[in-house]
Design a binder for this molecule. Structure first.
Ligand SMILES: *Cc1c(COP(=O)(O)O)cnc(C)c1O
Length: 382
């Protein structure tokens, strides 16, 4: 019974051309990737500062494993709260110019936990979302069970209309990303923050793809625009530019205290391994000192975007290290990805529901580990 149920469900996915399968690599993730014995240029990781496999980060983790072992074996509120958790949180909040931070085992869990916790205590509350927000933000919003109002992607007029429409709600949470994960474009954060203040909404910005990449010392997009003080809640991940694992939220001390009491995704999970905290602390130090890498990344990103635009590819409004090429149709996208693969370039097809219907694409993610020659090779093959 169960077996035929699963077969039927999988064929339905397959028939729609949406079947996902896992591709397995034989190398550590970097600007190159080894798959089926072939070395390919990897344009699909979030290893933005090329820190995956960094020796200093690895050694920091090893030293800490020798001191504490690997596991915390309990939640933070029971006996899993170790000095190194507090140290990491204190350094992350300094980094983001906020009073306090709280770490989670993943960025996904951070978003689901923070949003659902904030929405849990007030009946007359609602969420206001950019249409293209990341799945983890949507899942947090859906878990809250509260009304969700959606505004057009990065459109501040549409946000303002939505804020006006929701005036009767006592508590409003407006959520966006700074750099969008699938389009590489930006929210005009100054306007976003101002509108949230004007209409009395709490502002939350997910900086998963901008932390480490934009702003002085890689502090993020809000910091770069000088608006981080006006944003109530900042989300970051340790899994992308930091090349470690985990997520974090930054805000006021009161926000942290509230989450420690009300956030189920924090309360009912085992504390992050001390080895991860040590790796993240070392990574943070390196991230701050990586201006040269950031400069290189921005240079090659602008160059590639420019060349693709001149070749008439649809790269949306990308202005970052994430550059999509929209092909629209799933079959064409898969063909393109397969042809690139045959020629030594790894960029998987991205299909609905990760992106909207008719918006299938390949998404190029550049890292500081890529060279001008990598870009030239890619353009030639493309
Ligand atoms: C990747 C991503 C997350 C999730 O972070 P993980 O640490 O990988 O779980 C959250 N938000 C956005 C916008 C992301 O792109």
């Amino acid at each position: 019974m169960f077996d035929s149920f699963l077969s039927k469900k999988i064929s339905e996915i397959k028939d729609a051309g949406l079947l996902r399968t896992l591709c397995c690599s034989e190398s550590a993730p970097s600007a190159k990737i080894k798959i089926n014995g072939r070395e390919l240029i990897n344009f699909s990781s979030n290893n933005y500062l090329d820190l995956a496999g960094n020796k200093e980060i690895t050694n920091a983790a090893i030293k800490t494993i020798e001191k504490y072992g690997f596991a915390a074996t309990s939640s933070r509120l029971v006996s899993g709260n170790i000095d190194i958790h507090e140290e990491l949180e204190s350094k992350l909040s300094d980094f983001k110019n906020k009073q306090a931070a709280l770490i989670f085992p993943s960025g996904y869990q951070t978003n689901v936990g923070v949003i659902s916790a904030l929405m849990s205590t007030e009946q007359e509350s609602c969420i206001i979302m950019d249409k293209l927000n990341h799945a983890s933000l949507w899942d947090g919003a859906k878990l809250s069970g509260k009304r969700i109002f959606v505004y057009e992607h990065c459109d501040m007029n549409s946000l303002e209309k939505t804020l006006k429409r929701t005036y009767e709600y006592k508590f409003k949470l407006a959520i966006t990303e700074s750099v969008f994960s699938m389009d590489g474009d930006f929210t005009p954060l100054k306007d976003f923050a101002q509108l949230c203040q004007k209409y009395n909404a709490v502002s939350m910005v997910d900086e998963a793809h901008s932390t480490g990449v934009f702003g002085k010392e890689g502090k993020g997009f809000a910091e770069m625009l000088g608006v981080s003080k006006q944003i109530d809640i900042t989300i970051g991940t340790l899994s992308k530019a930091f090349a470690v694992q985990g997520g974090f939220v930054c805000g006021s001390q009161k926000l942290r205290n509230f989450l420690i009491n009300k956030c189920r995704a924090f309360i009912y999970t085992t504390a992050v391994s001390p080895a991860i905290c040590a790796a993240a602390l070392k990574s943070l130090e390196i991230v701050k000192n990586s201006d040269k890498k950031r400069q290189h990344l921005h240079t090659i990103s602008a160059l590639l975007k420019n060349k693709l635009t001149n070749l008439d590819f649809n790269t949306t409004n990308s202005k970052s290290q994430i550059i999509p090429i929209i092909t629209g149709n799933i079959e064409n996208t898969e063909k393109l990805s397969l042809n690139l693969l045959k020629n030594g370039i790894y960029i998987p097809a991205i299909k609905p529901p990760t992106v909207p219907k008719n918006q299938a694409r390949i998404r190029i993610s550049l890292t500081a580990g890529h060279t001008l020659q990598d870009i030239e090779k890619f353009l030639k093959i493309l």
